[in-house]
Ligand binder design. Sequence first.
Ligand SMILES: *[C@@H]1O[C@H](CO)[C@@H](O)[C@H](O)[C@H]1NC(C)=O
Ligand SMILES: *[C@@H]1O[C@H](CO)[C@@H](O)[C@H](O)[C@H]1NC(C)=O
Ligand SMILES: *[C@@H]1O[C@H](CO)[C@@H](O)[C@H](O)[C@H]1NC(C)=O
Ligand SMILES: *[C@@H]1O[C@H](CO)[C@@H](O)[C@H](O)[C@H]1NC(C)=O
Ligand SMILES: *[C@@H]1O[C@H](CO)[C@@H](O)[C@H](O)[C@H]1NC(C)=O
Length: 404
Amino acid sequence: MTFRYAIYFLIHSCFLLLLGSANDSCIKNEKNNCSEKTVNKYAKDVNMKFKKYYSLIEEAKEGYKPCNATKCGCYTNVIKNDLTVFKKNGISERDIQNIQSKGTKYQIIDNKLFREKNCMFPSRCSGIEHFLLELIPTLPDMDLIINTRDWPQVPKQYGVFGPVFSFSKTSDYHDIMYPAWAFWEGGPAISLYPRGIGRWDSHRKMLGKLGNRTDWDDKVPKGFFRGSRTSSERDSLVYLSREKPDLVDAQYTKNQAWKSDADTLHMPPAAEVSFEDHCKYKYLFNFRGVAASFRLKHILLCKSVVFHVGNEWQEFFYDSLKPWIHYVPIETNASKEKIKEILEFIIENNDIAKEIAENGYNMIWDNLKLGDVSCYWRKLLRSYAKVLTYKPELDKNLIEIKKR
Ligand SMILES: *[C@@H]1O[C@H](CO)[C@@H](O)[C@H](O)[C@H]1NC(C)=O
Ligand SMILES: *[C@@H]1O[C@H](CO)[C@@H](O)[C@H](O)[C@H]1NC(C)=O
Ligand SMILES: *[C@@H]1O[C@H](CO)[C@@H](O)[C@H](O)[C@H]1NC(C)=O
Ligand SMILES: *[C@@H]1O[C@H](CO)[C@@H](O)[C@H](O)[C@H]1NC(C)=O
Ligand SMILES: *[C@@H]1O[C@H](CO)[C@@H](O)[C@H](O)[C@H]1NC(C)=O
């Protein structure tokens, strides 16, 4: 063996000895007491794991400017964004004809409302017409193509281009967002609300009072979700709930398409739960359904923390709700491990949780009154009418719709 190897061997074994002694001291003490060290190490890991959330929250707070709530000012940007693409060339009569089959045709002529005789979903049309009729004395003449399906109709990448009003969309669509019919009537009819989830103004008052009345500390400290399997994006949470029922209670309910337990992820369907009963839980999950889910505004009024999964699907008021300010954002298709981590972060940071719950409540309570919905409709339609490049004339195939 050469001298060089001898030196190397010496240094190397010293190094191993050092490492060994560091581990040894712990092992040696383990019988007596090593737990404290383990606990500290665990606490440090937790801090490291949660560190990113603290900085996300800090960033969100720094970048947050409350919107101007006067005259539905929180939503004016949405109107501007949705109409921008039509402003360049204006909207011609031809544009309307091209796109007419994508929705129900309405006309406003001389402060009267007209519609195609048939409407695919009568209660949805009726929910829309409530707002149009209320505003009609102040509205200029216009043609409108209003889509009452859940799904938007004007993809940016293909198909015909033109102005279609839809209640919900993603950034892949040119549809112009209008406040859903369900603010007045024609929401999803589940067995709890057989005539549709119904009037937003009464839900808002009832849930708003309940949200204020229920003490945070009296709520069940668990994640909660009930809904049908309209999207597989909901599966991770349901699986997490089956693994950790003490942490999350998330179960699938039946919908009209339900045939067997396979449609509820191989478990019998759970009973539907009213909005009021959702409010008993501290942490509520919102997923999209086919398009955006109507329940987001309701559960925000519980003054619980809302975990809003995915930000692709929008309604007109979503833009005013900011992640980490009004709700906890979760990525679409987040794994159950990821959901668990974020939920644990919120559970361990009670002050942050309470603040987000309050902020979410206040945003909806202060800025999403039925009057704000009417205000949005009015601004939207007046801005839209300005983009028309022609004077609409009464289409004789339409029938007049009057206040009932
Ligand atoms: C302690 O031992 C573990 C394996 O049991 C090893 O991964 C680690 O690097 C050692 N740490 C020190 C400081 O020696
Ligand atoms: C470890 O030591 C701490 C204080 O140093 C003590 O409170 C704790 O009970 C000990 N744990 C065990 C398992 O002996
Ligand atoms: C909010 O908007 C209104 C006009 O709608 C304006 O008069 C008012 O000054 C604005 N308030 C703030 C704080 O910017
Ligand atoms: C709930 O409390 C908030 C804050 O105190 C208040 O602004 C709001 O008007 C209350 N809501 C109801 C329904 O009383
Ligand atoms: C989520 O997962 C589904 C199924 O794997 C997939 O079709 C969808 O594109 C995913 N969505 C996003 C936004 O990644």
